[in-house]
Ligand binder design. Structure first.
Ligand code: DAH
Length: 341
């Protein structure tokens, strides 16, 4: 056989095969082309048998051409296979009439939602949202709030210290001082934020959330404090919610009080939730101790004020009836998903 003729056979076989693979429009067509060109009884096999009919001298060159041809045809087959695996087949072309797939949408966490609910009730009464740092100095967290040097909450057992004089704030009350330092009265603020203590049980988490309130203005009395908190309880829980104030102590308020709400579960008759008392303790408050005014340069003869601190986690547990604070922080979305915000 004429070597030239052999080379031409290979060339035309190659262009036919390449066109065949490129045109294959589905898995079946591709397989048929594979059998036709690369199969054990296929055209490439047939042509290679013709080698035997060539002169010995012409064989090396013919063999080389044949191998090159086989490589290119094989890779054309591979490329066609890859193309078909990503392309939809004619039968399952895009159906634009199908409804779209809904992407899962998240929502705010119940604690975030509760904190915002609390703040927005106070915002409607004229208090402005303010924030402060979570890493706080001993001065703002304790000293300027009139905590004596040997006060138990300055103890390492409860507070998480980072270094001498620097800790994760144990409450949001330090923002009272930070704000009064920066502004002249009147001050009407609410301060949402994370707080930290070494506590961990059904109702305590080492990280929890508070909303602090501070109103300092001319002629503010305890009646204003009680009125604001009673209104808050009605708006947050329900219009019929009653509150009561019990004497208490905080270093930065004088007098100080704990506020109870009539039990959200039994309405005051006494049940398991309120341990039979009919009341639930929800927050601490009081009239700003004039000692604080000395730290920030306010004149105690001109202004007076009240402050309060609300535990957001506790409020959320009471309002949404959760049995453990761990529900908020365990990362198990099955619980939080019940409260889309
Ligand atoms: N800082 C207090 C605490 O974390 C709560 C508190 C009580 C805040 C009375 C106040 C207040 O502003 O007046 O336990």
């Amino acid at each position: 056989m004429d070597p030239q003729e052999f080379l031409e056979r290979i060339k035309s076989l190659e262009s036919e095969a390449l066109a065949g693979f490129a045109a294959a429009s589905g898995a079946d067509a591709l397989e048929a082309a594979r059998v036709r060109f690369l199969g054990s009884k296929g055209l490439l096999g047939e042509v290679s048998k013709l080698m035997a009919k060539l002169d010995k001298a012409a064989r090396p060159e013919a063999g080389k051409a044949l191998n090159g041809c086989r490589e290119r045809v094989s890779s054309a087959f591979g490329a066609a296979k890859a193309r078909l695996s990503t392309e939809p087949e004619a039968g399952d072309a895009l159906d634009v009439t199908l409804p779209g797939r809904r992407l899962p949408a998240g929502h705010t966490h119940l604690i975030t939602r509760t904190s915002r609910e609390i703040c927005s009730i106070f915002e409607k009464m004229g208090l402005a949202v303010t924030e402060g740092p979570e890493v706080e100095t001993d001065y703002y967290n304790f000293e300027a709030l009139n905590f004596p040097k040997d006060h138990p909450s300055r103890d390492m057992q409860q507070s998480l210290f980072l270094e001498e004089g620097l800790l994760l704030r144990t409450h949001t009350s330090g923002v009272q001082i930070r704000t009064m330092e920066k502004t002249r009265p009147p001050v009407w603020i609410v301060v949402p934020g994370k707080t930290y203590r070494r506590d961990d049980d059904l109702t305590h988490s080492p990280m929890f959330n508070q909303v602090e309130g501070l109103v300092v203005d001319r002629g503010i009395t305890m009646a204003d404090l009680k009125g604001v908190l009673a209104e808050f309880a009605r708006k947050f829980f329900s219009e019929s919610t009653k509150i009561r104030l019990r004497p208490s102590f905080f270093p930065f308020t004088e007098p100080s009080a704990e506020v109870d709400i009539a039990c959200v579960s039994c309405g005051g008759k006494g049940c398991r939730i309120c341990k039979g008392s009919g009341w639930l303790e929800v927050l601490g408050c009081g009239m700003v101790d004039p000692a604080l005014y000395d730290y920030v340069g306010y004149d105690a003869n001109e202004v007076s004020g009240f402050a309060f601190g609300i535990g957001v986690d506790r409020m959320a547990m009471l309002k949404y009836r959760l049995d453990s604070i761990g529900r908020f922080y365990s990362g198990d979305v099955r619980c939080m998903r019940q409260f889309p915000g």
